[in-house]
Design a protein around this ligand. Structure first.
Ligand code: XBP
Ligand code: MG
Length: 261
């Protein structure tokens, strides 16, 4: 692969991908449906509609999301401590089933970018998600079988959730990167962006229907999709002048890992 346009660096770095909303469009018709089915199975009266779920998504981590919601419904802490883990475990099983049934889809352009990074031969690939290992591994195996991940960090491997940077700090350590500047994070949300920035990493945000109105100040590049040849995404912000024309490529990521400051 020749060097990127604009005389960018020859060597790649590490690309750390968020999962929900980034690699896959998993929230509106995936997790949200799984939560509602778990509520119904346990005889609870709760239904998270699409608008309410968009608000609840600001609480990262499904178990925390359930706990915060139940607290808001006036459920006492002792009962929440019983009910929350049970609900979340069942929801995770339901989501795994939904993944197996093809209910969750990879976002357009993701496979193209991952193939490009793999073919370049000098990129390390990682996942940094708040989601549970229970479904993450299964989803990566089933939906992105051609991608070899050097590191996969999930919500089960950290104590704090995004916007805390722990998930990306752990990914950097496991990748053996000397510093955060060799890594570029690809995220979909304000919480993910804040976590990446707190970890000292460059961050590309690929917004989706739930995150287009998030506070994305400080993102190094913002797109409304990964883009495909002939079907570029909209470039919503390009603070380093990468020259990205709506298709997120390995070259664009390469340039971002070398931007000063
Ligand atoms: C998004 C999340 C996750 C999912 C639900 O994670 O906050 O909690 O909404 O998955 P990310 P779990 O964008 O970091 O991938 O119920 O397994 O947490
Ligand atoms: Mg996300």
């Amino acid at each position: 692969m020749t060097g990127p346009p604009g005389g960018g660096p020859e060597r790649g770095g590490a690309a750390i991908f968020d999962v929900d909303g980034t690699l896959v469009d998993s929230e509106r018709h995936g997790h949200r449906v799984a939560f509602n089915r778990a509520f119904e199975e346990l005889g609870l009266p709760y239904v998270w509609d699409e608008d309410l779920y968009g608000e609840l998504l600001h609480v990262t981590g499904g178990q925390r999301r359930i706990d915060g919601y139940l607290a808001g419904q006036g459920v006492a802490e002792a009962e929440r401590n019983q009910l929350g883990p049970k609900l979340h475990a069942r929801k995770t099983e339901i989501l795994q089933q939904m993944v197996d049934e093809g209910a969750v889809e990879v976002r357009p352009g993701v496979t193209r970018l991952l193939d490009e990074l793999g073919a370049a031969g000098d990129w390390r690939l990682a996942v940094g998600t708040t989601g549970s290992r229970g479904w993450v591994d299964r989803l990566l195996r089933r939906l992105l079988p051609a991608t070899t991940w050097d590191v996969v960090v999930t919500g089960d491997d950290v104590t704090a959730r995004k916007p805390d940077p722990e998930v990306f700090d752990v990914a950097r350590r496991q990748l053996g990167l000397p510093g955060p500047e060799q890594a570029v994070v690809i995220e979909d949300s304000g919480e993910g962006l804040a976590a990446a920035r707190a970890a000292g990493m460059r961050c590309v945000v690929v917004v989706n229907g739930y995150t287009a109105d998030h506070d994305l100040a400080g993102a190094d590049l913002v797109l409304d999709g990964f883009g495909m040849p002939g079907a570029p995404a909209a470039v919503l912000a390009d603070s380093h002048g990468t020259g990205c024309e709506g298709i997120l490529t390995a070259d664009v990521l390469r340039i971002l890992t070398q931007c000063p400051g």
